[in-house]
Write a protein that binds this ligand. Structure first.
Ligand SMILES: Cc1cc2nc3c(=O)[nH]c(=O)nc-3n(C[C@H](O)[C@H](O)[C@H](O)COP(=O)(O)OP(=O)(O)OC[C@H]3O[C@@H](n4cnc5c(N)ncnc54)[C@H](O)[C@@H]3O)c2cc1C
Length: 550
């Protein structure tokens, strides 16, 4: 293969582009905004790895077991092993390209504890791990750009795939500067478009990650997986615009969750789960917070100002800046909020979708995290997935011939022109807001048949209207045409949640609170002209039972 189109330039997209270039492929890297503005820069807490010389009893198998257990054993052991086995290599790669990791008092690369880990294995760069990794990758991309191997395309948004008879030949890209659709043919297309925040409005993440690409490609026959598993992060700080993440590092450093009763603090997580209670996995902590149904606080004040400034300065700064709270003296009011999407494109071991030559990496793909992701594993999976897809693509023979999609491109151009003819302003933003309200209400930490049915009825109604409305010419064209894809994805998410009549990981049904054997598999969902079909895939694995990891 020669030409690769990578869509999305966060950590996963850039990792894929760089690896493709290293392997001699030509890459076009497309995104609406510069990488410096991708959600990846928000990652603060760290990246998981097992380093041979810094393990302190940790092993790759422990990392595998923690990841499988944390995810309710829904991921494939073989795939998770592949991820964990390369974690050390990935950390060394990041150092080589200029990522500077924090060191401890002994001069060793510092690591911290994150939820669900049997050993400390989260490496970090002060308070800005994502930013540091993004910066290093940008330098690598520039290096290959100068060598003519990578072409960056900004202000460019994915429109649709060029797909015929189960094979992908490229994509239609909308250029917001020329306001035109462009046909880009490629031997392979790699989707790296991140999560699905727009579905829920207020989350910890970026609204650039709207799930449109998933929804659109789903409409074009691409299968999606495990959409019902949505991670609510237990500790976020409510501000006007969004819910700001209080990194898990705060609990990793000993932070304690409590509520007040009769003038006394109740440390409910410790009471129920013992010493490690505050560091249970995110699904468990969020659910407990929901069930106690009280105002919850996180206390780190006992660490003292000096340690707080050294270990979690970003948490201190964030609370001071947004809420005027001095965390060295007072506790933080915290609330769970949508944070990460375990579901996404269903992909093979090599990150290929069910459509040949169409790949997906990073948060837009559903792969290693099962029913619940462990903190620090996402950055690792984003880089690993990008590399893995690149290596698969490089090993394949290319085909110079492709079908002619000019008729398809002309028809899509006509649709955009027709819909953009009026000066309607209201409906697009309005429907997006309604959708977020519906999803927050009906697909919360705890769901049930009734809430999911309500959600489906509402989203079907929005979908009917979305097809009819005119575009709002005061915003990016992408904001308009993405609506139907986003709504379709929302409908698919609700369908997956309705069809899993049990509780597992981040999916908790108040009407089916138990885990059930008959649902011990992943959910695959496909779309055929308005019909949403789910089917189970694979069986839940078992514990690899490394005693030291428990
Ligand atoms: C506040 C916060 C803190 C986090 N902290 C951690 C942490 O400490 N450790 C950890 O492991 N994980 C963390 N995560 C999760 C992690 O940051 C993400 O899962 C990961 O960075 C995703 O990388 P990505 O490359 O897949 O997507 P992103 O970085 O989201 O990049 C997506 C790219 O796709 C582009 N794009 C989107 N739609 C389109 C379209 N239609 N057309 C073209 N381009 C498009 C975007 O512009 C962007 O360039 C955190 C997440 C948040 C929100």
């Amino acid at each position: 293969m020669k030409d690769v189109l990578v869509i999305g330039s966060g950590i996963s997209g850039m990792s894929c582009a760089v690896r493709c270039a290293e392997l001699g492929l030509n890459v076009t890297l497309v995104s609406p905004f510069p990488s410096e503005r991708a959600q990846s820069v928000m990652a603060a807490g760290g990246i998981n790895a097992v380093l041979e010389d810094n393990g302190e009893g940790d092993t790759v198998l422990c990392h595998v077991e923690d990841t499988l257990r944390g995810g309710g054993y829904l991921s494939s052991e073989e795939e998770v092993k592949g991820l964990c086995e390369r974690s050390g290599e990935i950390l060394r790669f990041l150092e080589r390209i200029g990522t500077v990791f924090s060191v401890d008092e002994n001069g060793k690369t510092a690591k911290r504890a994150f939820g669900g880990q049997s050993h400390k294995r989260t490496y970090y760069c002060g308070a800005s791990t994502g930013k540091q990794i993004v910066s290093s990758l940008i330098m690598e991309v520039r290096h290959f750009e100068a060598a003519g191997k990578i072409t960056r395309r900004l202000w460019s948004c994915f429109h649709s795939g060029l797909i015929l008879d189960g094979v992908c030949y490229g994509a239609l890209i909308y250029d917001e500067t020329t306001r035109k659709l462009e046909t880009i043919y490629a031997d392979a297309v790699v989707m790296a478009t991140g999560g699905q925040n727009t579905l829920f409005g207020k989350t910890t993440g970026s609204t650039q990650c709207d799930g449109y690409a998933q929804g659109q490609l789903f409409r074009q026959g691409v299968e999606l997986k495990n959409l019902e598993f949505i991670q609510y992060h237990p500790t976020t700080l409510v501000t006007g615009q969004k819910n700001m993440l209080i990194s898990e590092a705060a609990r990793g450093e000993g932070g304690r969750l409590f509520y007040m009763e009769n003038g006394k603090r109740v440390y409910f997580m410790e009471d129920k789960y013992g010493e490690k209670g505050n560091l249970m996995t995110r699904d468990v902590v969020s659910r407990e917070m929901f069930l106690v149904n009280k105002d919850i606080w996180l206390d780190v004040s006992f660490l003292g100002e000096r340690l707080i400034r050294r270990r979690i300065p970003e948490v201190m700064e964030l609370c001071r800046k947004y809420r005027g709270i001095d965390i060295s003296k007072e506790p933080i009011p915290v609330t769970p909020s949508v944070h990460f999407f375990m579901g996404g494109f269903a992909v093979s071991l090599d990150h290929e979708t069910n459509i040949r030559n169409l790949f997906a990496v990073g948060e837009c793909a559903s792969k290693y995290h099962g029913a619940n992701r462990l903190g620090g594993n996402s950055l690792l999976a984003a880089i690993y997935g990008g590399m893995k897809a690149a290596e698969e693509i490089a090993g394949r023979a290319g085909d110079d011939k492709h079908p002619d999609f000019s008729g398809y491109a002309a028809r899509q151009t006509q649709v955009l022109e027709e819909k953009g003819k009026t000066e309607s302003r209201f409906p697009v933003a309005y429907i997006r807001d309604l959708l977020a309200e519906t999803m927050q209400k009906d697909l919360g930490i705890v769901r049930n048949e009734e809430s999911l049915d309500n959600g489906i009825t509402d989203v079907d109604y929005y979908l009917e209207n979305a097809d009819r409305i005119q575009y709002d010419n005061s915003v990016m064209t992408y904001f308009n045409y993405s609506l139907t894809g986003i709504l379709t994805l929302a409908r698919a998410v609700l369908t997956c949640a309705k069809n899993r009549r049990e509780s597992r990981g981040a999916h908790y049904r108040s009407d089916y609170p138990e885990m059930k054997e008959e649902y011990a598999s992943s959910t695959i969902i496909s779309y055929d002209d308005g019909v949403y079909r789910t089917r189970p895939e694979g069986n839940v694995g078992t514990s690899i039972n490394t005693e030291r990891c428990i």
